[in-house]
Design a protein around this ligand. Structure first.
Ligand code: IFM
Length: 447
């Protein structure tokens, strides 16, 4: 492979999320989250797994920062557990929870690693869910209070901020399919959830500007690269519909276009219109500094007569344990699509990676398939940058194996192996591969 150099100053990092790694679920004054509740409900999470211990990052934060430094990471994306900061969502602030993130952020800065803080990565305080969660408009005000607390506390120390992680998954899988917390299946609820997630994002960005915060703020969306089954007009139209429901839904409003008409109509016809109030759409469209892109794969889209008008074709590429096609081009393809669609926003790849089915430690450590796929993803990303896309950094998902939501601990996404018995961390072959990528600022023939 020819050498592929990334632009000077390109940021190389890795990502995690609070509930997936922290553990210490009942320590440090942390309140309950919807994931604590969901995990306790029989049959919701594979093998009855919970995030109670997870990777025990809460107690091993110094060791984990040293690990990042050894890998040469320049940046680290993590999320704050809302119930650690506000155990009941609103009400009393938990200083001990904030102190944990002080320690993390200061440790990262001391190690020369740039922190990217995500405000919400799915662990809503249960107390707020008890009052309707994201379906209740009051949540927006609670999110504002929470965001302000973090902005004021970490001002000048954290320069890159993400409001929400993958609102599409929160809505679709949490409130429509019901396979993630809080496990609701309702169009009516979901329409409200979608709108309030976007509004909370917009309010946080407005506040960031009002406080004249130094640094950058954006949202991270979940994305699939969609390809039409063939070039016929019916499949092309179906592909655009898939993009409306899964891609444009959480991008169009942010970029000032309001909701895609097709999605708007779908919910309105089900008696569940988006509860838009005057001023909401301009707030949601408050300009951001970057777009966070998460991508793992592609889907081929076909026309279908069923209600939405599209369906996904059977995979033709090898399928990973997560069910995703092994599609190395998907990252570059999506970045090219989103750049063209929204006038080339600055982009950080906030997640990208591959999940292995749990197996022997030896097999997990020698993760050649991950290396092969990452190499392909990065080659595609490099191509997209060469063609003019403004991509500024890449955060591999994930730093270490962790709690993969409804899959429990059965899927391993880490560059670093987690032994869940001893909680020992062991860098995989992919960690060494990635350390070389970082050192070389790209892919070299020898990598
Ligand atoms: O583990 C998740 C993460 O929390 C959100 N994005 C996808 C990852 C892999 O499934």
């Amino acid at each position: 492979m020819a050498s592929m150099q990334f632009p000077e100053g390109f940021l190389w990092g890795a990502a995690t999320a609070a509930y997936q790694i922290e553990g210490a679920a009942n320590e440090g004054g942390r309140g309950q989250s919807i994931w604590d509740t969901f995990c306790r409900q029989p049959g919701r999470v594979r093998d009855g797994a919970t995030g109670e211990v997870a990777c025990d990052h809460y107690h091993r934060v110094d060791q984990d920062i040293a690990l990042m430094r050894d890998l040469g990471l320049q940046a680290y994306r993590f999320s704050v557990a809302w119930p650690r900061v506000y155990p009941f969502g609103g009400g009393p602030l938990n200083e001990e929870g904030l102190a944990f993130y002080d320690r993390l952020v200061d440790g990262l800065l001391d190690a020369g690693i740039d922190p990217m803080m995500t405000l919400y990565h799915w662990d809503l305080p249960q107390a707020l869910q008890d009052r309707g969660g994201w379906a209740n408009r009051d949540i927006v005000e609670h999110f504002e209070t929470y965001a302000r607390t973090l902005f004021e506390r970490f001002r000048g120390r954290v320069h890159r901020w993400v409001t929400l992680n993958e609102p599409l998954i929160v809505s679709q899988l949490g409130h429509l399919a019901g396979v993630l917390a809080p496990g609701i299946r309702s169009h009516e609820v979901n329409a409200r959830v979608i709108h309030h997630l976007l509004l909370a994002h917009g309010k946080a960005v407005e506040m960031f500007r009002e406080l004249d915060m130094p640094g950058e703020i954006g949202i991270t969306n979940a994305n699939t690269a969609y390809e039409p089954y063939d070039e016929s007009s019916e499949h092309l139209a179906a592909c655009e519909l898939a993009r409306d429901f899964d891609s444009r839904l959480f991008h169009d409003p942010i970029y000032g276009r309001g909701y895609p008409a097709s999605v708007h109509k779908f919910y309105a016809e089900r008696g569940a219109p988006f509860p838009i109030e005057p001023g909401d759409l301009p707030t949601i469209a408050t300009p951001t500094d970057f777009l966070g892109v998460n991508n793992y794969s592609r889907r081929v889209v076909m026309a279908d007569r069923r209600p939405i008008g599209f369906r996904f074709a059977e995979p033709t590429l090898p399928v990973q344990p997560m069910g995703y096609e092994e599609a190395p081009d998907s990252l570059g393809d999506f970045v090219r699509w989103v750049s063209k669609e929204y006038d080339s926003p600055p982009i950080y790849i906030t997640e990208n990676g591959r999940g292995d089915e749990d197996g022997t430690e030896a097999a997990m450590l020698n993760d050649q398939k991950r290396i092969e796929l990452m190499r392909g993803f990065l080659a595609g990303l490099h191509d997209a940058i060469e063609s003019g896309c403004d991509v500024r950094g890449y955060y591999a998902w994930s730093l270490m194996d962790n709690f993969e939501w409804a899959f429990g601990y059965s899927k391993r996404f880490g560059l670093v192996y987690t032994d869940y018995e001893t909680l020992e961390r062991k860098p995989k072959a992919s960690a060494r591969f990635y350390a070389d990528v970082i050192r070389d600022n790209g892919l070299t023939g020898a990598t």
